[in-house]
Design a protein around this ligand. Structure first.
Ligand code: CA2
Length: 162
């Protein structure tokens, strides 16, 4: 896994499939509170498992988290120029509010899977609405941290054909 590419860096996996994992607001707090909904894994532990799997599959994986909507929009916009092939995204609370993030994903046209740790359909009514699901390749919700791993497995196999 790489945390990003600065100037002067060289590509350690030229030609490899490139997967971007994006986590939205408050997911940096995973493992500490709200464990009933979100489990005990930290985001660091989840990302480490994804990085291991990506390394085994010889795929380039970059993980990114932000609490800021504009930073997330900018990261998605950058993804196109960086040759990202697939996005795994948990937009967190922005799932239910952000036309801006939806528009960014639609604009870059990179296929993505929407992941939620909790089952958003079994919680408060406002969580049942997502601005992302209808333009996602698929949605994983309610399978805890395993959902990210399943989404990554799908991304590894994804060829654009359904
Ligand atoms: O189930 C999910 O993954 C969510 O995307 C998580 C969001 C929530 O707003 C969505 O409805 C469903 C919230 C993430 C907040 O994460 C925390 C983690 C630890 C402590 C507090 C919040």
């Amino acid at each position: 896994m790489r945390s990003g590419q600065g100037q002067g860096s060289h590509d350690i996996m030229p030609g490899a499939k490139h997967i971007l994992v994006i986590n939205g607001p408050n997911l940096n707090l995973l493992g500490s509170r709200e464990t009933r909904h979100y489990g005990r894994d930290t985001l660091k532990a989840i990302n480490a498992r994804l990085a291991r799997r990506a390394r085994d599959a010889k795929v380039r994986l970059v993980a990114f988290q932000s609490n800021s909507e504009s930073t997330l929009v900018e990261r998605i916009q950058q993804a196109r120029g960086q040759g990202v092939d697939f996005i795994v995204i948990n937009p967190a609370a922005y799932t239910h509010t952000s036309v801006a993030l939806r528009d960014a994903l639609a604009a870059v046209g990179i296929p993505f899977v929407e992941v939620h740790l909790s089952n958003i359909f079994s919680r408060e009514p406002f969580r049942r609405e997502s601005y992302f699901s209808d333009i996602a390749v698929g949605v994983v919700s309610g399978l805890g941290a395993r959902g990210y791993e399943l989404a990554l497995e799908f991304a590894l196999q994804y060829s654009g054909k359904r």
